[in-house]
Design a protein around this ligand. Sequence first.
Ligand SMILES: C[S@@+](CC[C@H](N)C(=O)[O-])C[C@H]1O[C@@H](n2cnc3c(N)ncnc32)[C@H](O)[C@@H]1O
Length: 271
Amino acid sequence: MIQEFESGPEPEATRRDSGVTESSRASRGWWDRNADEYQQEHGGFLGDDRFVWGPEGLDEAEAGLLGPAAGLAGLRVLEIGAGAAQCSRWLAAQGAHPVALDLSHRQLQHALRIGADFPLVEADAGALPFADGSFDLACSAYGAIPFVADPVLVMREVHRVLRPGGRWVFSVTHPVRWAFPDEPGPEGLSVAASYFDRTPYVEQDETGRAVYVEHHRTIGDRVRDVVAGGFRLLDLVEPEWPDWNRQEWGGWSPLRGHLIPGTAVFVCERD
Ligand SMILES: C[S@@+](CC[C@H](N)C(=O)[O-])C[C@H]1O[C@@H](n2cnc3c(N)ncnc32)[C@H](O)[C@@H]1O
């Protein structure tokens, strides 16, 4: 639902099924084509070396969802759906050893542009190219999870590459938002669809080929995905919209943010 950058012929927005392969291909293409505009529009808010969990501006430096910042030094951290790897840059500044993974080549080029000096890996979150137990921590700020057709596959992969007891923290669009139009103004405050309708949001070209896909899961689905992946859920954080934040980001706005949650952050621990 953050498809405002695409230029050229207007894709058709619909709700229909979209499997693992089609969703992944659509994401790679969309993020490669739109990375420049995304970084131009949101790079300033994200900051080149901050760790922001979502449009509310919840900052890991204050939130400590990965654990106390002072304890991050020396830890091996995998960031999934890293984009330009701003979060990994913050982690590196704390003394951690991040690896930033993304499906989009163009997003990772932006990581190089802003000065990432740690490994950047172009790969799909559903097939992590790392050995078992390679990482102490894994994190994702709106990366991959909202876009994949099979989130349990990703959970299992994260479980595999984490050491026992490792933490996995990820943020997604708050599931309740799917019941409302993706509009920042008052029109985005009236329920327009069933919260229980899991049919993916798909934008497709004139041949019916998906060019952008987002997958909806309810809160209960997300909890079950985490558990099915072999994790314990330690916390579910719903960041409140702070008064200092006056920016709109697609359908996220101060108006809606003060009334309904926009982001859900799942704090999990590997069994
Ligand atoms: C909304 S951006 C978030 C990027 C960054 N965390 C941020 O906050 O700006 C989503 C990112 O997830 C990546 N992504 C989408 N599907 C993915 C997948 N299956 N595997 C890996 N990365 C994926 C996209 O390429 C994109 O860079």
